[in-house]
Design a protein around this ligand. Structure first.
Ligand SMILES: Nc1nc2c(c(=O)[nH]1)N[C@H]1C(S)=C(S)[C@@H](COP(=O)(O)OP(=O)(O)OC[C@H]3O[C@@H](n4cnc5c(N)ncnc54)[C@H](O)[C@@H]3O)O[C@H]1N2
Ligand code: MOO
Length: 435
């Protein structure tokens, strides 16, 4: 496999689409199938994808109510001029209507003090704010109040003027945000039906890798060893994108042991996971555990190991093991992170509706930069958004190498330099992916 970034992006989305369509209990099953969906309390549904169209069980507002603290009055519907202070009318003050109360009908010639959100009495069709009344405070029942001329409908929020009962308010596939959940609550719902989370088996690899907290490092990191950054890096990326890591393993460079683990895991339940992601062990070395394990696995593994014209993240593996999609990312932490951002995350957005796509913006480069020919370069950047007169700009943090995790932690953006561009001057416009 030798692919451009765009080719590999399409290939990953296509791989997941076809493999998932064939998997039992598919994550992409529609809500009608009843598979892959669950009902969750509203607060647990934030950042989840709605599984079925949501129709309004009631009107919003549920009743005509006042938009202002003021007086509810009746004006003739044909009266069409705007508020006119020169033409005021004297009304007899009726009983006050607080929010939450069911008011008495409005008598002709009277004005009822009404609070914002309170139900409009029958017979009323307009509200005059208290600031426009003479006197400019709520008068007692039976007293007189002068109100300017106004038109029917002024400061009245009609029943159903926001949402009509039966109307489709949130379509299936929507990523639920605060506004969606607020709307569901306003409609009286306590739960919504959402798609289940993507379930991931995460494998990090390497004889040199120790989990933080491993007893073998109790007296300090042993020589030649490193702490495992990729499990946390990928797990955090996956969870932030709405996925769930259902199992993980820090695999040693032993292909048989890795295959044994995979077979035990995949054989344990009917639906063990939706995708397997491995990090490391796929390039050209003598101990490439993922490559070796899946090569000796025979027919069960349908894998492609190769290169994508991108740096970091050049070495890539993709395919399936025992019918479960398998993505092999390169082991350098920045390469693994960039692989997730460039290949898996966009595919999840496209196929599952979550996460939201990263924003792509143009920014002015704060310094000159060179880039190797023939590869899309992904540099880590510090982006400053447009502020007052200044345009959006970006500067590189760290260098191009893929072990620079410290620099990645300072970055808030990925700068992309197209494969055909080798030199960029100060002030050049570059496309930036906001993290
Ligand atoms: N002869 C060649 N050598 C390499 C090539 C190549 O094309 N020809 N590609 C280079 C590129 S680019 C990358 S990226 C890496 C990818 O290698 P692997 O995916 O096989 O990953 P490893 O060799 O296992 O590890 C690479 C690097 O990352 C460190 N690592 C691995 N796992 C972790 C972890 N969990 N936490 C922190 N760091 C980790 C590992 O120690 C290595 O330094 O191959 C290049 N070589
Ligand atoms: O392409 Mo490797 O992924 O940098 O350093």
């Amino acid at each position: 496999m030798r692919r451009t970034v765009a080719e590999h992006q399409r290939a990953i989305a296509q791989l997941l689409r076809t493999q998932w369509a064939a998997l039992p209990g598919s994550i992409t099953a529609s809500a009608q199938d009843g598979e892959g969906t669950m009902s969750l309390p509203l607060m647990a549904a934030r950042d989840r994808v709605l599984a079925a169209d949501l129709r309004a069980p009631l009107d919003l507002p549920p009743f005509a109510n006042s938009q202002m603290d003021g007086y509810a009055i009746r004006v003739e519907p044909e009266q069409s001029e705007d508020v006119d202070f020169a033409q005021s009318t004297s009304y007899r003050v009726a009983a006050t209507i607080p929010a939450g109360a069911v008011p008495e009908p409005l008598q002709p010639g009277s004005a009822a003090p009404i609070m914002t959100g309170a139900m409009l009495p029958s017979g009323a069709n307009a509200v005059v704010p208290i600031e426009q009344a003479i006197p400019e405070h709520f008068a007692e029942v039976g007293e007189k109040v002068e109100l300017p001329r106004t038109t029917a409908g002024t400061f009245v929020r009609e029943r159903g003027s926001d949402v009509r009962r039966g109307e489709l308010v949130i379509p299936a596939g929507t990523l639920l945000n605060a506004a969606h959940l607020g709307l569901a609550a306003a409609l009286g719902l306590t739960e919504v039906s959402v798609r289940r989370k993507l379930q991931v088996l995460l494998l990090t690899t390497g004889d040199e890798v120790l989990s933080p907290g491993d007893p073998a490092a109790a007296a300090g990191l042993p020589e030649g060893m490193i702490f495992d950054a990729n499990d946390s890096l990928l797990r955090a990326s996956l969870e932030a994108a709405g996925a769930e890591v259902v199992a993980s393993l820090v695999a040693k460079d032993d292909p048989q042991e890795l295959l044994q683990f995979l077979d035990n895991f995949l054989g344990a339940t009917e639906h063990p996971c939706d995708v397997i992601i491995s990090v490391g062990g796929i390039s050209a070395g003598a101990f490439e555990v993922v490559k070796q394990a899946l090569t000796v696995a025979g027919e069960a593994a349908q894998m492609d190991f190769g290169h994508v014209a991108m740096q970091p993240g050049g070495p890539q593996a993709a395919g399936s093991y025992r019918g479960v999609p398998f993505l092999g990312f390169p082991g350098n932490p920045v390469s693994a992170f960039v692989s997730f951002e460039m290949f898996l995350r966009p595919a999840l957005s496209e196929l599952l509706g979550a996460p939201v796509r990263r924003h792509r913006v143009l920014a002015t480069l704060e310094h000159a930069m060179s880039s190797p020919a023939g590869k899309l370069q992904i540099r880590r950047g510090s982006y400053s958004g447009p502020e007052f007169e200044s345009a959006a700009s970006v500067r590189e943090v760290g260098g191009p190498q893929s072990h620079l995790l410290g620099a990645l932690a300072q970055a808030n953006a990925l700068i992309t330099v197209p494969a055909g561009v080798t030199e960029l001057q100060v002030g050049a416009k570059v496309e930036v992916l906001l993290l």
